[in-house]
Design a protein. Structure first.
Length: 85
C-alpha cells in the first residue's frame, strides 16, 4: 500500500528513529550499569526486530510510525553499548 504523505508526515516519519534513539539513550544513561552491555545489546536486537516487524506488518500509517519509533529505541540501545565492542 502506498501512502500519500505531505511534508509534515514525511518529516515526522524520518524523525521518529531519532526521537526513539534519544529516548532510549536517556534510559541507557540511567540504567546502563544495572543492565550491563550484553543485556543492552540483546534489548537492542529485540527492539530492532519488533520495530521492523511492526512497521512491515502495519496496515495503517500510525502503525508504521509506531514501528519506526520502536526501531529507534533499538538504535539508542545499540549505539550506547556497541562502541565498546
Amino acid at each position: 500500500q502506498c501512502y500519500k504523505l505531505d511534508a509534515i508526515q514525511i518529516g515526522l516519519l524520518s524523525s521518529l528513529n531519532l526521537i526513539g534513539a534519544c529516548l532510549s539513550s536517556l534510559i541507557c544513561f540511567r540504567y546502563a550499569d544495572d543492565l550491563g552491555r550484553k543485556l543492552e545489546v540483546q534489548i537492542a536486537a529485540v527492539l530492532y526486530f519488533v520495530g521492523a516487524a511492526v512497521a512491515a506488518a502495519a496496515p495503517v500509517l500510525w502503525g508504521v510510525y509506531a514501528g519506526f519509533t520502536i526501531y529507534g529505541l533499538g538504535i539508542g540501545f545499540a549505539m550506547h553499548a556497541a562502541p565498546v565492542y
